[in-house]
Design a binder for this molecule. Structure first.
Ligand code: NCD
Length: 386
């Protein structure tokens, strides 16, 4: 049987997300630091004897360390390739070959890669579960699990929320995965992008078509909303919008941007003094640069360091599920039936356009709703044949 992977947040059914959260709660209950209610301080042996390989082709602090800490807290072992310059990638090895081989050395793989779709591509070569720890500007599903878990813990619910996404919504993969997940929980998703860094059209199209959302332009919002635009579930455009429950701040992803930005929002105590932010939980996947003022850290609305701590119990729960759970409900397999392999993906940073990946033929599938549009199997970007 093929192993279960996590390449997109959409690979998980809501019941599965919720079982990850109940297991994360259980780990927190049993292993928490008595002085810090969000910090795991002790270990179990649930994954004793198992080995995790972390393969990071891009910088990371939190994601890699929290994955490794999670595996060690579960009694497992970790091997790591954290510096592309020191791995065989520097000699020209393809990702496909590295993944095949790493599958022989470890029981679970965690991959971060600068190309969109790299995780979905790598999963085709992995004979053990593979987790996407960020693929270019595409997705970052385990950050989303951490974000949702933080919201659930701190607000007590994942339903009926208004969440504002602020900053680099174009290059910020965490915002894409989070938007999909929030849509599945029926949240109102307010957008506060920096100019030029708006949510990509393929993400917006998915919110509209797969999740039944409509986009309200600024002039369709009530004037006191103070938002640049908002995605709401179809048919709820006239429902009253209250205060913002969660403000999700992101940094400018300069490593993925062709140009510098001239105008980037900064979140300060003054910005957060507006009435609609009075009870807002402020989150940030971190690292922050200067878009979120450190003077705000002592404010009780600042949830981002607790959010980073929750990365450990959430990843412990996910690893347990992938290593010990059953695989029979795999959502997205590696089958390529019905895919077009003779049309090149339009995204120049898609893994299928990486010259090194000679095995990465294009794979696009026609959308059921509009067969003249093709979506890339790896990176989800769309092209239109019309
Ligand atoms: C994020 C990432 O790598 O996408 N960081 C993280 O995983 N916590 C956000 C970022 O780098 O800005």
């Amino acid at each position: 049987m093929s192993p279960r992977h996590l390449t997109s947040i959409n690979d998980l059914r809501l019941e599965e997300i919720e079982s990850v959260f109940s297991l994360a709660e259980k780990y927190l209950r049993e292993l928490v630091d008595p002085n810090l209610p969000y910090r795991i301080a002790r270990s179990t042996n649930v994954c004793g004897g198992s080995v995790m390989a972390t393969l990071f082709y891009e910088p990371s602090t939190r994601t890699r360390l929290s994955f490794e800490s999670a595996m060690l807290r579960l009694g497992g072992q970790v091997i790591s390739s954290a510096d592309p310059a020191a791995s065989s990638a520097a000699k020209g090895e393809s990702l496909a070959d590295t993944i095949r081989m790493a599958s022989a050395y470890a029981d679970i793989l965690v991959l971060r890669h600068p190309r969109e779709g790299a995780a979905q591509f790598a999963a085709e070569y992995a004979s053990v579960p593979l987790i996407n720890a960020g693929d270019g500007a595409h997705e970052h599903p385990t950050q989303t699990l951490t974000d949702l878990f933080t919201i659930l813990r701190e607000r007590g619910t994942l339903t009926d929320l208004t969440v504002a996404l602020l900053g680099d919504l174009r290059g910020g993969r965490t915002a894409h995965s989070l938007a999909y997940a929030l849509a599945r929980y029926g949240a109102r998703i307010a957008l506060m992008p920096a100019p030029g860094l708006e949510l990509p059209e393929y993400v917006a199209a998915r919110l509209r078509e797969a999740f039944g959302y409509e986009y309200l332009k600024p002039n369709e919002l009530r004037s006191d909303d103070g938002m640049a635009g908002m995605f709401v579930p179809n048919g709820t455009a006239n429902d009253p919008v209250g205060a913002v429950d969660v403000l999700y701040v992101t940094r400018f992803q300069k490593e993925r941007a062709a140009d510098a930005v001239t105008e980037y929002p900064t979140v300060t105590a003054r910005f957060l003094a507006a009435d609609r932010f009075r009870n807002t939980l402020v989150l940030h996947p971190l690292p922050r640069v200067d878009e979120l003022d450190a003077k705000f850290d002592q404010d009780e609305r600042a949830g981002y360091f607790r959010q980073a701590s929750y990365g450990v119990p959430v990843r412990m729960a996910l690893i347990t599920m992938l290593l010990k759970g059953d695989n029979k409900n795999m959502v997205r397999g590696c089958h390529s039936h019905g895919l077009c392999t003779d049309v090149t993906c339009g995204n120049a940073n898609c893994i299928s356009r990486d010259a090194r990946e000679t095995a990465a033929a294009p794979k696009l599938h026609p959308l059921l709703s509009d067969p003249s549009r093709l979506r890339c199997w790896y990176c989800d970007h769309e092209i239109s044949l019309a």
